[in-house]
Design a protein around this ligand. Sequence first.
Ligand code: ZN
Length: 694
Amino acid sequence: YLLIYSLSRHLKDQTDYSTEDVTKLFNTLDEKEDLKDLINLIRQANYGKLKDVFKALLNTPSDTRPGLNLTSLASHMLLTGVVLWSLQPNSVDLPYLRLGALFHDIGKLTNPQHHVVEGREIVKSLMECTENSKIREVLGKVIEMIEKHHGEKGLLTISDQVAASTDRLMDILEKDNELKNCYDKGFECAGSKEEYERLTRKAVKILKESQLSKLLEGDPQSYIYYIDFPSVQKFIESFSDLKTSAMASFFIDFSVSTLPIIALDKELGGKTKIPIEALLSGYGGHSLLVVRRDILPDKVKETISKIEVLKTFDVKLNIYYAPFMVNDNVISYKELWEGYLSKQMASRFKIDFEERIYSYGLHKMCRSCGVRPVRKDHLNDEIGRDLCDVCYNMTKLGEKRAYNARAMAKYFLEGKGISVNEEERAMDAMEFIAGEGPGKEEKRYLALIYFDGNSMGTKFKSLTFSEYVDKSMFVDFSIKDAYYDTLTMMDDETIKRILVGTMYLGGDEGLILMPSGSALDFTCNFLKKITEKSKLTAKSGVLVIDPTHPIQFAIPVTKRLTEDAKIEEKNSIGVLTITSGVITPDSYEELKDIGDEKKLLRVKNPAEGGICELVKLDKATASDAYKTLEGKLLSNYEDSLDLLIRTLRQRVKDKSKSSSEVLQMILSDTSKNYFPILDYYYALKSLKVGGKLD
Ligand SMILES: [Zn+2]
């Protein structure tokens, strides 16, 4: 919708986008089916190429000088666009200026030293693709901008340097004689790769030990807003069925990204539109958005909080802000967080707390959230019966979006088409994802997988703002890339279930639902790929449940499991398989105490070796081991010591049998503190109920 809106707003009248009525708004966005088709077509035909270009942009430094080579072309291009926009308050948008800002350094992709000539050639070749005189005229001006951007002090030259914080970094770096010398020599600076690396390391060390000069006092040219959807978890968990919960999850990100942009565009009155690159990040229930000083902070806050669509769902966004650009300087990462946002957030919680009180007892309660009263108007409506306004509206929206939209889409994975058929779409969502389907008689179970990057707070600490944007883009892309690669390792039936079951995937976290039989395999491979691509580690939790289990209890349990599974600086995985009864956060806490002194369920399993080896076993071995664990060992034991002795004895007894291999694995994974037999049992059980064992 963000893409659709950012394109279609140029074709439609701004007044067509109502932020008053949620149904009308989505209908307007949906009218642009042709745009949606176009975007999908581009994605399908060119996914590989787009990925390669983006990867190249992420891996090419925006500046080759040691110390200035820490940000990529990708973030530099976007920030230059935002800065250029910030530099011209109250003026009308000129498309070629923005395109010039985005494209000015494109030549660095292929030839950093002669990037001006190279950039001109790239845009020229674009020009040759069209006869349209308007487009050719714009591209002609872009070429002019590229040619001039190292010369006269024009808008682009300034934007280029401001975005890269060149002056502020140079102030620090040029104090070092060796580096100064290097910069004077230009491309001849370092004689060898080793020399270049050494100088870069030296520059990084200097930068880490120093601080950027403070933002100058003065009137900000633009502000940066941190838009936060409060209590994301509570909101999602208030919807009891998967489709509505998926819709709520989608709505959260829509509320902090697309929706404020629509409202602010309207407020700007057509003179300018918020450039899409001004949305510097937008996932996980919060976003960072730059707005030019045409609208000042109080007005921005008012505009966003007045959005009726949010009120429909009882949502009040928290908005924090800081100056983004002052006197041609962009705020540094540290200034933004320490100087502004964290202070505002801390005081916010103290004064601004409100909860609406409903008259309990007088009304029938909503069958979904159990919090708000049922609305009379919906009593005769088949879907709306027993639902409150909020749940009713969310359910209605979900009929065409989120889960249902994912089930309608056609996917291409390495050129192969994958889609969900009509019969499967009509099924109960949880049962379908679990692996049941037309012609599949057997009962299957569903796995919820949650993952979250380790110590991102410290990893994201950056000197310049550009470096921060770069890191968040890199993490987001690496994780999606890892997801794609892991998908290709699965079979088609599983792939389509994972695709529709992916509730969200953004930044360094995600929630994915899939058939339980593939969950362990998927998670182990996924985490490994994340580390390969990003050098990050993540914790994860895998909760296996019956598809009839209420989703709103399962999500928070999966998150607790993930937190408990955390091992510092390592990929980790906690598995729990619950096949009967309902698990809630409270019953999960009790379950963790299984066995004496909590020694049997470790949860903290490294995603390398250990339980991740179970998926590599042949079916007979794993089946045998599962039977031995369930039937012989875990059925009656006195305490963990007794169980340990029984296991040792069983291994000797089973010496020639394949199950002894697994018993050996468990025993060698045993430490002074843990005998993690339950972790292995739950992991095997996730395969068993997923139909992967005999
Ligand atoms: Zn409700």
